[in-house]
Design a protein around this ligand. Structure first.
Ligand code: ZN
Length: 145
């Protein structure tokens, strides 16, 4: 049994329980995960350990087109998979490197990607935020799971 937290497009948060991860994916794909309060199918999965940070915010303003709220969960997941490098547990150090050496990082690691995604604890995320590194929690399924 696995449990996940969700938030619907009307900001209701709720918990979903599934027999296993595959069952969750199946329900997601079939659009069966609905908010118990307003019954919308526009729900995002909240995964507190996955974080995202953009490496190109200074030079391009294309964030607008990836406004998460206008994308369904699957679009969003695909976007993240395509445009972000998954650095896994190394997220805090990679985030710092990207923040403090933005140009080099972009040239050597990001290349055509928009940013990095990875895992860190809430404490680590707080520390990043205190340093001015805007790591955002994202509602996205774990890669390669
Ligand atoms: Zn709702």
């Amino acid at each position: 049994m696995v449990r996940y937290d969700f938030r619907c497009e009307n900001s209701h948060e709720f918990e979903g329980e599934f027999p296993n991860y595959d069952a969750y994916i199946k329900q997601l794909e079939q659009n069966k995960i609905r908010c118990p309060i307003c019954n919308t199918g526009g729900v995002e999965k909240l995964l507190s350990k996955v974080n995202i940070i953009k490496g190109r915010a200074d030079t391009t303003k294309k964030e607008e087109k990836v406004e998460p709220k206008t994308l369904g969960p699957k679009d969003y997941i695909n976007y993240i998979k395509e445009k972000f490098i998954d650095v896994g547990e190394k997220f805090p150090e990679e985030a710092r490197e990207m923040h403090y050496h933005r140009d080099e990082y972009r040239e050597e690691k990001l290349k055509d990607k928009d940013g990095i995604v990875g895992a860190c604890s809430d404490e680590e995320r707080e520390e990043l935020l205190e340093e001015g590194i805007k790591a955002a929690k994202i509602p996205v399924i774990k890669f390669n799971a």
